[in-house]
Write a protein that binds this ligand. Structure first.
Ligand SMILES: [Zn+2]
Length: 56
């Protein structure tokens, strides 16, 4: 969807609900629009994760 893609470009993603995981530090998942690895912010909302394992 065009609007979703635009939000992704602004680093505002939406997770695939079934793939959201709790790591002990926070929730991580995959963006259902752009498939990027993302993490949940304390304040809510999802941002892209760094590629590094174990962090974020
Ligand atoms: Zn996205």
């Amino acid at each position: 969807m065009l609007l979703s893609r635009t939000l992704c470009l602004l680093n505002r993603h939406r997770p695939v609900r079934e793939e959201v995981e709790w790591t002990g530090l926070g929730h991580v998942g995959t963006c259902k629009t752009c498939k990027a690895p993302i993490r949940r912010l304390d304040a809510g909302g999802w941002r892209k994760r760094r590629a590094k394992k174990g962090l974020n």
